[in-house]
Design a protein around this ligand. Structure first.
Ligand code: MG
Length: 484
């Protein structure tokens, strides 16, 4: 073979076998996602009954956002938005998918894991999935190399307190056995109460093991805690540790998990090479009383588009890149993580339309950095556009909602009923009224006109059942064919 041909062959082989690696400056990504953790549930967001030292450390060593949102105050919809960078209505996932649902996140959508994988990162999903139970929709079919966890919520379970009085036969009809899954395979057909007590610790051990295993290879770790979603459970080690009852113990155990992850990253010398994000999928499930978290003075909670349902803690730490101790007041949303991470990894964005925007200037503490969004929209139920935020204005569109305001919950894990309430077209100035107490719509007709104009554009794009509008930009969820 001529020397040139030989060289060309060597070059071809070398280039062909090289993985596409992230740029040398690109970080590992650790995304920590709590379930039903309220805006007021962390020390750094005002919780006073118990301590959250490791999460407070994230705030101290990184950025704490005061005005960070999910797109919908419920599990599956919120997760779809987080992982795709799109409003959940765009990707066709609303509400919370049940165990028998034949719907899931469409494999045609591009997830954070696929973005990470496109740059050579190893990817793991640990914890709660809730974007489709059928195998076609599990994490391995969405860009994750590994999965260990539950396919959906830990209360979709035959031992749920609300069905405890029924016979096993009746309970199983209501909620089938809750499986633990590894990869695509069920490794434990029925999660027991003892297993639930170990969930946070098992997830953490898996996450720690994954980090050790990838000390020399870039990675994306998505750790989605099942807690503090009811039914609440903690390990024997965490029992009584918070001094603030079971809910405090559950949060403290999540905090300990974050601490173990921080320690592991330090041990492996990965602190400066890892961007960590922590947030929650929606606000507290208030009807559970003492077993629910706190919205920290915001109005209502999970299952509503008032601030208590959709505003959540958001912490981000990347030593040397995200300034320590900054507090960001600009509005942002979980949909912004995908384009932000894509930017950090120098990855191509998905070809399909995104709603999220790169918020790196906010995270990097750039002077004068503004929210990249003119407005953020909140859909709940099936395609109901219930609220929007633009600047400090929060516009509430007429809708019915469940209200817990002023009610008293129980202390035994059994929920009490919500009241049904109805709201008209209302406007709140969150800069002086984050609790959404004083409707100022009548004082600001020009603001109302402008915001309603934005709402109209959104209705054209993603539809709105409240006004019988069909959207032009909705894509469909994945649907399992009848034969499978
Ligand atoms: Mg949730």
């Amino acid at each position: 073979m001529a020397p040139f041909a030989k060289l060309a062959l060597v070059l071809t082989l070398t280039v062909g076998s090289l993985p596409i690696l992230a740029a040398p400056s690109a970080p590992n990504i650790v995304l920590l996602f709590a379930d039903d953790l309220g805006y007021g549930d962390l020390g750094c967001y005002g919780a006073a009954d118990y301590e959250t030292p490791s999460l407070d450390r994230l705030a101290r060593e990184g950025a704490r956002f005061t005005d960070f949102y999910v797109s919908s105050p419920v599990c599956s919809a919120s997760r779809a938005a987080l992982l795709t960078g799109c409003y959940h209505e765009r990707v066709g996932i609303s509400g919370a998918l049940g165990p028998g649902s034949r719907i899931g996140l469409n494999p045609e959508e591009t997830t954070l894991a696929e973005i990470s994988r496109s740059r050579g990162l190893a990817t793991a999903a640990i914890g709660k999935w809730h974007l489709g139970r059928p195998e076609a929709f599990l994490p391995l079919q969405h860009g994750f190399d590994e999965f260990f966890g539950l396919p959906y919520s830990n209360d979709m379970w035959p031992h749920h307190p609300s069905v405890r009085h029924l016979s096993r036969e009746e309970r199983i009809k209501r909620w089938p056995a809750l499986p633990l899954i590894e990869g695509n395979r069920v490794i434990d057909e029925e999660i027991t109460a003892e297993d639930q007590r170990m969930l946070t610790r098992s997830y953490t051990s898996r996450a720690v093991e994954f980090i050790h295993r990838h000390r020399d290879k870039p990675f994306f770790l998505y750790l989605a805690f099942s807690m503090p979603h009811v039914p609440l459970f903690v390990s024997a080690e965490a029992e009584g540790k918070s001094g603030a009852g079971l809910y405090g113990d559950v949060i403290r155990e999540i905090d300990d998990s974050v601490g173990r992850i921080l320690t592991t990253l330090s041990e492996e010398g990965l602190d400066e090479h890892t961007a960590i994000f922590f947030t929650s999928d929606n606000g507290p499930w208030l009807s559970y009383g003492e077993h629910a978290g706190s919205a920290g003075g915001l109005r209502e909670g999970k299952g509503t588009c008032w601030e208590g349902g959709v505003r959540v803690p958001f912490l981000a730490r990347w030593p040397g890149k995200i300034p320590a101790g900054i507090v960001v007041h600009e509005p942002a949303m979980t949909i912004d993580l995908l384009p932000t991470v894509a930017g950090l990894l120098h990855a191509d964005l998905p070809s399909r339309r995104l709603d999220g925007k790169d918020i790196w200037p906010l995270l990097a503490g750039e002077p004068g950095a503004k929210s990249p969004h003119d407005a953020l929209f909140f859909y709940y139920q099936s395609n109901e556009l219930q609220a929007m935020r633009a600047g400090n204005w929060k516009l509430i569109l007429p809708h019915r909602y469940r209200s817990f305001s002023g009610k008293i919950g129980r202390d035994d894990g059994i929920p009490v009923d919500y009241d049904q309430a109805e709201t008209g077209l209302e406007l709140y100035d969150l800069s002086v009224d984050p609790g959404e107490k004083v409707d100022v719509a009548k004082e600001h007709p020009e603001v109302m006109e402008e915001l309603i104009g934005s709402v109209e554009m959104m209705r054209q794009d993603l539809g709105d059942r409240l006004t019988s509008r069909k959207g032009m930009g909705n894509r469909s969820a994945g649907v399992l064919p009848d034969s499978e």
